[in-house]
Ligand binder design. Sequence first.
Ligand code: M6R
Length: 365
Amino acid sequence: ELNGFPHYMLKEIYEQPETLANAMRGRLDDSDSTAHFGGLNLTSQQLRQIDRVIMTACGTSYHAGMVGEYLFEELARIPVEVEYASELRYRNPPIDRSTVMFAITQSGETADTLAALRESKRMGHTTLAICNTVGSSIAREADGGVYLHAGPEIGVASTKAFTSQSCVLTMLALYLGRTRHLSSVQGQAIIDNLRQLPEKVRQTLGCHERVKGIAAKYAHVRNVLYLGRQYLYPAALEGALKLKEISYIHAEGYPAAEMKHGPIALVDADTPSVFLVPRGSVFDKVMSNMQEIKARGGPVIAVCSPDDEEVASIADDIIPIPDVPEYLQPIIAAIPLQLLAYEIALLRGCDVDKPRNLAKSVTVE
Ligand code: M6R
């Protein structure tokens, strides 16, 4: 079952080129430069009427929802709010008829997400699931949805589900964008970039040896910061969650520019910061945030574009990742962060597949 891998988590990290290909199989349509989904169960008129989206989820799936917020707003121009299911279920936010609720969940059994979905349905809202587990409670109770087709995820730390959720959300944003302002040329460019994704992820996995070396250097620390902006802010949150849940090191993810509003006080020689800083629209801004950390004596590990001398001249360690458009960067950047958490947890003697105090499906409130 482990296919020669020492842990499910590592196996699932390495499956990602394939699970992403599975998420896209049969869904990309070159003739209309859009995506298609079998199970949304909405008419094209209903789809065009969507003028607001609420995404609800927990943990890693919540971080994928945050990636979805950036995607839907940029590619489909639809306003999005992302809510922790555990909070949404006890709130009573004003929601009108043209709002669609997405419940995002790997297992389809998370109690808080299920409760939020039921509450939303009770109020009469269209409620769709982005789910991995076929026939799960959330998949059955939603009005429609999209399966990830990522195969069973056994490791408690969610890895391949996050990248597949982000991929499905990209395709949904493409689809909704194409019913609105996105031209066929823009749509086709997104399709072409999506098609290259499995190969880019395969290349990214090549960073594993380098990540091992970096893990050995930092495995003893007690605090780590993860910093990114825009699409890479949710990826920073996800990197921090991976590290804390399997290595028991305290980690925080922050939008890089928020550091100066308080958390930068934490920075010292024993508190490394993982910067997500591939080339893109906010590159210069993130670089100046990185300088601020260096100036305060904090070690910097930078996930960056290939051959980026500017980053290499400042960072203590670099992890180059292949270039992709900004809306796909969270998927690529997740790979070294998953590997880093895995390697650090191993060095600390932690049970990576079954971390203490955690269960794979959280079926209690
Ligand atoms: O099955 P779900 O996607 O609904 O699970 C949500 C969270 O419990 C889950 O992502 C959790 O945060 C993971 N252990 C994170 O790696």
